[in-house]
Design a protein around this ligand. Structure first.
Ligand code: PLP
Length: 473
């Protein structure tokens, strides 16, 4: 299996190099040269298998033989043993034609764990084989830092430094990060804003000598292995609902387009997924794209579903690559135009090809709250605001005649309601409880370091603690 860059000017790489590279050297994103194919019999043979076994079957072709099957199986089992549900990603029916696919049973209660629990272990495996270490640095406003920390904790060959703005995250968000006491995890409470944190991380990556000495790396959402891991649960859900002998449709609450692109991949591999509904909150750049064929940037507004508050969806580039017939120059041109002018457009024919698979729908704040209330009343099921955007978008797609209402609709539940207790309580009068694995969060010991908003101070802190630095010295 070989991977090509969406911009067409980076080296073609195998799985392990793509895993460690993240972004391609030409600024593009890696995609498989061709999608592995699963026949109806292959899919039928997945019936009744545990999650980890379906995961091995679905992902093995992407590894191109770089990791032996038994070794990979052990890594996958270990990754998903960290989930607190035996099905890993269970399906819950909330009305006659709608199922919720719960992706929030991992350590941080959000869907990013599904990919990151595997990614951290894959990094460690490949680094050990190569005798290398890396240093992960990242900035968080509070929401995604904990998933990266949980992915990297206790890894032999990875040290992780996460900057968060001191006093500006919620207490749950801070504690989810700072109560991880593993010696390779370093939480930095920066005396500054989230933007200051991001600027410092960028500055560290831009310091070539520092970057090389530390082996700086990131586990961000454009890493191919994250997409690969997310393809799996579309298979488990569809198989549970009768695939390959019955089609499904799916709705994905979307931010960076990684999750819904994974569904697109599953479909390309032979899974009978009829329609993919992209759910947007008030930051509806994608819904506007699918309505018009134009991607037009707009200022980000804060919403009840903060993980979807985006201006541009980085993983959309992978779909664009296909819409533009895998022409890396055309992708580069469109994205350069977007950067310069804040917009680009595809042709009517290209849009028609996208609409044969995708449908985009916006769900505003009032509709998000109303959806949480309705589903609670109708099914006694609590939705987090992101998942509510998904349910709302699924209903909107049915109302618009964009999906066949007789096809089972699988809506992805991307966060546990207890991650957003205020909105859920306001909509339903019920305050969701943290699951048992986090019930003692408020009394756990915390470890963090407060640092000034100063690049040299942060770099010195990293140099003193990153094992890659000590080996280089
Ligand atoms: C990251 C995230 C999303 C958006 O997923 P993308 O893959 O970026 O589209 C949706 N909901 C939650 C809770 C998330 O954490």
């Amino acid at each position: 299996m070989r991977y090509v860059s969406t911009r067409g000017a980076a080296p073609v790489l195998g799985f392990e190099d793509v895993l460690l590279a993240g972004l391609a050297r030409d600024g593009g994103l890696y995609v498989p040269e061709t999608w592995p194919q699963f026949t109806a019999d292959d899919i039928r043979a997945m019936r009744g298998l545990p999650y980890s076994e379906i995961a091995v079957r679905v992902m093995l072709p992407f590894l191109g033989g770089s990791i032996a099957e038994d070794e990979f199986r052990a890594i996958v089992r270990d990754a998903y043993a960290s989930f607190d549900h035996a099905a890993v990603t269970p399906l819950v029916q909330v009305d006659p034609t709608t199922w919720v696919l719960e992706l929030f049973h991992g350590p941080t209660l959000a869907f990013k764990d599904v990919a990151l629990q595997l990614l951290g272990r894959l990094f460690d495996h490949v680094l050990a084989k190569r005798g290398q270490r890396v240093t992960i640095v990242g900035a968080t406003s509070g929401d995604t830092g904990s998933a990266a920390i949980e992915a990297c904790r206790d890894r032999q060959n990875v040290d992780i430094f996460i900057l968060h703005p001191k006093g500006r995250t919620s207490e749950v968000q801070r504690r989810q990060m700072t109560s991880v006491l593993s010696s390779n995890v370093h939480n930095i409470a920066l005396d500054g804003t989230f933007d200051d944190c991001q600027d410092l991380v960028k500055a560290m990556f831009n310091d070539g000598a520092f970057r090389d000495r530390m082996g700086l790396s990131a586990v961000n959402s454009i890493n191919w292995a994250r997409i690969m891991a997310q393809i799996v649960y579309y298979f488990t859900a569809a198989v549970a609902l009768g695939a390959p002998d019955r089609k499904i449709a799916s709705t994905v609450p979307t931010g960076n387009f990684g999750n819904v692109y994974a569904a697109y991949g599953a479909r390309a591999m032979g899974l009978p997924v009829e329609t993919l509904v992209v759910g947007s909150n008030s930051n509806d750049i994608l819904a506007r794209f699918f309505a018009s064929g134009s991607m037009v940037a707009a200022p980000v507004v804060p919403t009840l579903s903060p993980s979807m508050d985006i201006q541009i969806s980085s993983n959309f580039e992978r779909l664009l690559f296909d819409l533009l017939d895998r022409d890396g120059n055309a992708v580069t041109e469109a994205l350069n135009r977007f950067r310069a002018e804040g917009k680009f457009a595809v042709t009517d024919a290209q849009l028609a090809r996208a609409l044969a698979i995708f449908s985009g729908h916006r769900v505003d704040e009032a509709a998000t709250m109303a959806t949480i209330a309705d589903v609670w009343k109708g099914s006694l099921y609590l939705l987090d605001p992101h998942t509510a955007v998904g349910i709302g978008a699924a209903k909107a797609a049915v109302a618009a005649g964009r999906v066949d209402p007789s096809v089972p609709m699988v809506v992805l539940a991307t966060a546990h309601p207890a991650k957003f207790p205020d909105a859920v309580e306001k909509a339903t009068g019920r305050r969701p409880e943290l699951p048992p694995r986090l019930s003692d969060l408020y009394v756990r010991e915390e470890r963090l370091s407060e640092l000034p908003n100063d690049l040299a101070a942060v770099q010195d802190f990293v140099i003193a603690r990153a094992r890659a630095a000590q080996e280089a010295a």
